[in-house]
Design a protein around this ligand. Structure first.
Ligand code: NAP
Length: 269
């Protein structure tokens, strides 16, 4: 039996236990996954927590994704590049950091839209944008990031993208994929109207991604043709499946997780 967990603060909102436990159930294992509230002042005691809970691996969420790095023995190349870890593997007393937001996003994107070299616009320049940028840059795509203020680009250690201000978007630029990596749309807002972005930015052939998964279809995604859009749920499931892969070497059960999530959402609405 393996004990797994997500650490964060606050943590009660996390869907990770639902996702991982649905996967364990589908795989027929008696592994378990818990949400552990870890106050920032207590992150320094992470090894004590790993020992006392007998963890075989854990996920890391807000606000610990950056701070956890100083308590790890090793961090993989991409997680190091974006300065954020969301998955920790444990080998004896060695803790290694990974970032499956990067791989999970790309696995979801390629599964839905297929492989191609694309001109990609990412709107927003926070933590999720850094993972999405790394994913598309690794895929050889031509990435532009649009932020509302120039200071946001200081968060990036890489420079393999073009930077622009959202207010400078004219609608004549040509992009094959446009990603909303801001929270705008969670409360029903129309991202284009909120940010004063001309609708002409979205061509008929463009694909759209919203990292938001609740609501399931934001107003932003309504600008894209049928079959040309994806919400944040496939990324969320794939990042969990990639963490499971790192911990166990096995593939997670996407269908079972998605079914459990749909039941959960159905029960809430
Ligand atoms: P974050 O680190 O706080 O970054 C948010 C970004 O959005 C920042 O660049 C911020 O601008 C920008 N922003 C916020 N409000 C804005 C506005 N009104 N106009 C223009 N820009 C605005 O948050 P995050 O962790 O990157 O998360 C972003 C979104 O992705 C959230 O909705 C989150 O739920 C979602 N997400 C989904 C997944 C998934 O698995 N599907 C994973 C991670 C995150 P500044 O740079 O000026 O601060």
């Amino acid at each position: 039996m393996g004990n797994y967990a997500v650490i964060g603060y606050p943590i009660s909102h996390s869907l990770s236990p639902l996702i991982h436990n649905a996967n364990f159930e589908a795989k027929g294992t008696d592994d378990n996954y818990a949400a552990l509230s870890v106050h920032p002042d207590h992150l320094q005691h992470i090894r004590d927590l790993v020992a006392s809970k007998e963890l075989s691996g854990f996920n890391v969420t807000i606000p610990h994704k950056e701070a956890i790095i100083s308590y790890l023995d090793e961090v993989d190349t991409d997680a190091k590049k974006i300065g954020a870890v969301n998955t920790v593997s444990i080998d004896g007393d060695r803790l290694t950091g990974h970032n499956t937001d990067i791989t999970g996003y790309m696995n979801a994107f390629l599964e839905v839209f297929g492989q191609a070299k694309r001109r990609v616009l990412i709107i927003g320049a926070g933590g999720a944008a850094k993972a999405v940028h790394r994913a598309h840059a690794n895929n050889g795509d031509d990435v532009t990031i649009a932020a509302r203020r120039i200071e946001s680009f200081k968060r990036f250690t890489d420079d393999d993208f073009k930077a622009m201000l959202i207010s400078d978007i004219t609608g004549t630029e040509e992009f094959d994929a446009i990603v909303n990596a801001t929270p705008v749309g969670m409360k029903g807002e129309d991202l284009l109207k909120e940010m004063d972005i001309p609708e002409s930015l979205i061509s008929g052939s463009a694909v759209g991604v919203d990292l938001i998964y609740q609501p399931q279809k934001t107003k932003f995604l309504e600008y894209f043709a049928d079959g040309h859009h994806m919400n944040g749920m496939p990324m969320l499931i794939h990042q969990a499946m990639d963490a499971y892969g790192i911990w166990t070497g096995e593939e997670g059960d996407y269908g079972a997780i998605n079914k459990k999530y749909e039941e959960y959402i159905g029960g809430k609405s």
